[in-house]
Structures are given as C-alpha cells and as structure tokens.
Design a protein. Structure first.
Length: 237
C-alpha cells in the first residue's frame, strides 16, 4: 500500500482527491491537512510515502514544506491552480505537477510515476554495513547502530559498547545512510535519529544531543535546521 497525505486548504478539493484516489486500490489515505502546520504534525505521527500537496496554503507554502523535508522524505505530487511554479517544483524533486481541475487520467499517470520511484527506492534500501576485521566480516544491522564518528581515516561505528572501525568518510556514510534515518549532526558525527532522547541548547546555536543510553554528542548549528526537520518526521508514541 502507498500511504498518502492530502494537503489542501480547500475542503472541496480534498473531497475530489479522495474520490479520485478511491479508484486506486493500492492507495491508503492516512490523513488530511488544511495548512502547513497541520501537515507537519501528521508527518510526525506516522510514515507517509506520498504527499498530494497544494502550493498556496496558510502559513508557509507547499514549496517551502517540500524544501524543508529531511530524508527519508515522502514523494510529492503538487496539485495546484497555478502553473507558474512548475519549474521550481521539479527542482525540489516533485514526482509530478498537476493543475486543477484534476484530470483522472493525468492523476493516474502521476501515481504510476510515484509507484515506479517507490519501487526503486525500496529495492535500493541500504543493506547492513559490512565491516572487515582481522579476516572476519561483521554485518552490522543499521537499526542497531547508535552513532558514527571518525578517528583519522576511519569511521567508528558505535553499537552499544562495541566499536567497529570502517575505512570510510563521514560525508559518504551520511549520504549512504540517510534513507535509513541517519543524520549528520557535526562534520565528524552521524547519529541514528531514533536513538536521540534529549536536545540541550548551547551558545551560538550549537547544542548537545543526549542519546537513549546517556551518550552526549555535539550538534553543530550548521546542521541544526536539517536535524529539527528530520526529528519532526519521527512517529510519536
């Protein structure tokens, strides 16, 4: 099933979307939002695969929301009455840009594109880290990793009290593991965002992150905005 969130400030527009999507059995509408603030709240509550997103909305517009989504982010199909934002929408990675009134066949084509991209992403989900050590090969499940920092030319992969050394750069690992919920929080540190318990502000926009096991990690101000956006996507209990 494709988990969908509808974001449009016009109730009749959301009604039409629900009606059109009813013809697609693999679509499950998880929620509806009439503004950006409500959309952010719903995105934080459960994973969403696809946003059907209007552009002109109360508060920040849909393009701003798209630009602020942290990986792993849902796919986006823009649905709007305004043609002038099409080029910008594709620059932020939109699957498609549909003009109102929505045409059922055109919506179907957009959903097919979303299905194809989701299928590729699921095939390409990050595999366990493969770490060679003294002739042995350790396979580290990504959800077991607390954080990764560096020591010289090596990345130190922290799994509880164990530390595995991997000859890889932090920047490359951050890119590789973004889809699995890891975020770079410092030039030398990546964290599994599901392990973060507390953020403690410091001077000049920097902060300290405290993990579930009590470990403290530095959060640099240059990564703060992306970190805040990424944490908003985590499901809340």
């Amino acid at each position: 099933m494709i988990r969908v969130l509808l974001v449009d400030d016009v109730a009749l527009a959301r009604d039409k979307l629900r009606h059109l999507l009813a013809a697609h059995r693999d679509i499950r509408i998880c929620g509806e939002a009439s503004d950006i603030a409500q959309a952010r709240q719903l995105l934080a509550q459960e994973p969403i695969d696809l946003l059907l997103l209007d552009i002109q909305l109360p508060g920040d517009d849909g393009l701003q929301l798209a630009q602020q989504l942290a990986a792993p982010a849902p796919l986006i199909i823009f649905t709007t009455a305004h043609a002038e934002h099409a080029v910008t929408s594709y620059a932020v990675g939109a699957v498609d840009y549909l003009l109102k009134p929505l045409d059922p066949s055109r919506l179907g084509l957009a959903l097919d594109r979303a299905r194809q991209r989701l299928a590729r992403e699921r095939i390409n989900m990050p595999q366990p880290l493969c770490i060679r050590n003294a002739g042995n090969v350790d396979y580290i499940a990504l959800h077991d990793i607390d954080y990764i920092d560096n020591a010289g030319h090596y990345a130190c992969v922290h799994v509880g009290r164990q530390v595995h050394l991997l000859r890889e750069s932090i920047s490359r690992l951050a890119e590789q593991l973004a889809a699995a919920g890891f975020m770079q929080i410092h030039r030398a540190v990546i964290v599994n965002r599901a392990r973060v318990r507390t953020l403690e502000p410091r001077r000049n926009g920097d902060a300290t992150l405290v993990l579930i096991d009590g470990t403290s990690l530095p959060l640099s101000r240059m990564y703060r905005a992306a970190f805040d956006a990424g944490m908003q996507e985590l499901p809340r209990s």
